[in-house]
Every structure is written in C-alpha cells, then in structure tokens.
Write a protein that binds this ligand. Structure first.
Ligand SMILES: Cc1cc2nc3c(=O)[nH]c(=O)nc-3n(C[C@H](O)[C@H](O)[C@H](O)COP(=O)(O)O)c2cc1C
Length: 170
C-alpha cells in the first residue's frame, strides 16, 4: 500500500482472530523496527516477542485486564534500555533518548504490520513490574509500549483528530 493510504486506514484494533501470524511476517515487522532511527544510532531499546498464552495472560493482568493482549497471537514489548543510550548521552540519553528510540521502533513495527495486512493497538496502560515478571524482562529495562499483533476481528471507525490549525503553531 502507498504510505498515505496506509496511515489513513490504520486503526487501533482491540478484537483479534485466533489465526497465527506467519513467521515471515513477524520477521519483517521486527526488521522494520530495526530500521527505525535512534539517537546516535545506539538503538537504546530491546524488543520482547511474547507468544506463549500463559505469558500473554500475564500481560492482560499487568495491563488492567485488556483481554486483547491474550487474544492476539503475538505481543511485542518495546523496552527502553537506558544504559545503552547513557553511554554517549548520559542523563539525556538515560531519561529521554532511550524512550524515544523504543517508541519510534514501535511505530515502525506498527506500520509494517499494517502493510502486511495485520492489525495492532499501542498499549501504554500497564504496570511496569508485572509486565517485567510476565515476560521475564530484567529490572534495568523499562517497558514502554506493548503492541499486540494479529488479524483483526473488527473494523473500527476512524477516530477524530485535532484540526491542524489547533496543533500547528507558527
Ligand atoms: C502512548 C499511547 C498509549 C496507549 N495506550 C492504550 C491502551 O493502553 N489501551 C488501548 O486500548 N489503547 C491505547 N492506545 C491507543 C489509542 O487509544 C488510540 O491510538 C487512539 O484512540 C486513536 O485511535 P486510532 O489509533 O484508531 O487512530 C494508546 C496509544 C498511545 C499512543
């Protein structure tokens, strides 16, 4: 799909089919994330690929009962890795760049999934420690976003956006 139709048709999907994701598609999504820009090209993030049902249920609990995290066949957890960014950028790297790196990588993954006919929703409402426990993430990493990926079982309408005049300033 061309880029503009791609971003115009993307929706947050919160209902998924039982169908597994083809491994080649998952690979492409991860490769797309790996192409994201990052501060100093340090790539201050890690991606956890969660497919085991038991772990996905753990994520549901950690994320205020958002059931679609267990419904989607794969959850990708994007974690900031402060130590990687701090090597070159100290406090700003530790506190800001690694979080930005993780979120840009997640965005690339989200758009790649859309291009491949898959759906996602960005999940930010969760408790960090239970997410770490469910996915065996070490304490030095900060889970920033969870991205369930799967085939949609709903077709949500587009959500409204602010007017450009309201959010663009000159
Ligand atoms: C930082 C962030 C956190 C979000 N957290 C959640 C979440 O925890 N659960 C959820 O269902 N959607 C979550 N969303 C998705 C938004 O609700 C959604 O993107 C927004 O309503 C616009 O809808 P659209 O993505 O279909 O355009 C989050 C989005 C972002 C960017």
């Amino acid at each position: 799909m061309d880029f503009f139709p791609l971003i115009q048709t993307r929706r947050s999907v919160r209902l998924y089919q039982d169908t597994p994701i083809e491994p080649e598609k998952l690979q492409k999504i991860l490769e797309a994330a790996n192409l994201a820009p990052s501060a100093g090209n340090l790539q201050g993030y890690e991606i956890y690929v969660i497919t085991r049902l038991e772990q996905r249920h753990g994520l549901v609990k950690a994320a205020l009962g958002q059931e679609f995290l267990a419904q989607a066949p794969v959850d990708l957890i994007f974690c900031a890795n402060p130590a990687r960014s701090a090597v070159k950028y100290s406090k700003r790297g530790r506190e800001l760049y690694c979080v930005q790196d993780a979120t840009i990588a997640c965005t690339f993954a989200m758009l790649a999934a859309q291009e491949l006919g898959l759906s996602t929703v960005w999940v930010g409402a969760f408790q960090e420690e239970p997410v770490r426990q469910a996915a065996s993430i070490p304490p030095e990493l900060i889970p920033v976003a969870i991205l369930p990926v799967g085939y949609a079982a709903e077709s949500p309408k587009s959500r409204p956006r602010r007017k450009l005049e309201d959010l663009v300033h000159s």
